[in-house]
Ligand binder design. Sequence first.
Ligand code: PLP
Length: 386
Amino acid sequence: MENMKKIQMVDLQSQYLKIKQELDKAIMDVVSSTQFINGPAVKIFADNLATYLNVTAVIPCANGTDALQIAMMALNLQPGDEVILPAFTYVATAEVIALLKLKPILVDVNPKTFLIDTNKIELAITAKTKAIVPVHLFGQCADMETIMSIAKKYNLFVIEDVAQAIGADYTFTDGSKMKAGTIGTIGCTSFFPSKNLGCMGDGGAMFTNDEQIAKRLKMMANHGQSIQYQHDEIGVNSRLDTIQAAILDIKLKHLDEYAKARNIVADFYDEAFKNHPNLLSPVRVKHSTHVFHQYTLQTCGINRDELRKYLAEQNIPSMVYYPIPLHFQKAYSTEQFKEGTLPITENLCKCVISLPISTEMNEEQLSYISSHVLKFCKEHTQEKSN
Ligand SMILES: *Cc1c(COP(=O)(O)O)cnc(C)c1O
């Protein structure tokens, strides 16, 4: 153990060192060109990503939160419009809805998959509902086929939050496949450094197959102008830096190999925790591949926070995504969603733990982590918990 590589939640350093030469050159090329804003690399990357995703338009922007906000602005959603989203997600999804004075309508998730429970979506639809925002949490796709059919029935937009699942493949019942984020009206992603396709700062993008919507997304991200100095609508300023685009263009070539590496880590953990009474491994859905942005266990009969403390003492980092349900957050609490109204999400926040997962982990680290998790369970099994 003395010489074991330090375990990190995400090992960005090792990933960088593997392709350092190529990345450093791409960065220095932008620096020498001094085309820091909208340099040629931005369009090159957007085109390459569009080809990879098999989508007609990729509109880069400054971050994933902006992508969601611009998407809702481009669809002309109006104050008071209701937008359905899963209760178990990162705050950004709800934040932009509230910021635009739309009404976030939380729907509980499936306890096995962490994804929006499609059986509960229709119950949340009212005359004011305008859009559904499925979140492909932790790296696999929500049940898009069902979501798209509900959207069609009620004439709703679908904005996919694909920040955690870029590269995942969705399979329809007829066997056809589409990339996560390209099925709904608009897909929104983030290139935050720790995401599966991450840059060296902030970045984001929107995808669509609709030419008119693509135009509006571009306009909204660029001060609401379609012609320079002509502002037809109030927009925002949200751009992907040329340096970040140059970095992403290189990392895009490795995205599938990164997903494979993450799956090897996930397979190792699955095997180590198989049929364990205190640990439920992430359930893989049939209709989607998994790109394992996170490897998230559910604990049962042990104290999750004590486990985290024990792991930290062994120099094993862990995280809780997410510790507090959206409807318990001061900024998002409403009369409609009181304690007890979203029981699955409330329970998941108490029992989930995400283990280190990244593209450059070795077997020594994985054995070390899993054996300590198992050791804790053996020594701390409680009669009753959670
Ligand atoms: C990371 C993330 C975002 C926000 O992305 P930023 O680039 O940090 O703004 C939105 N939704 C989900 C599900 C995320 O994981």
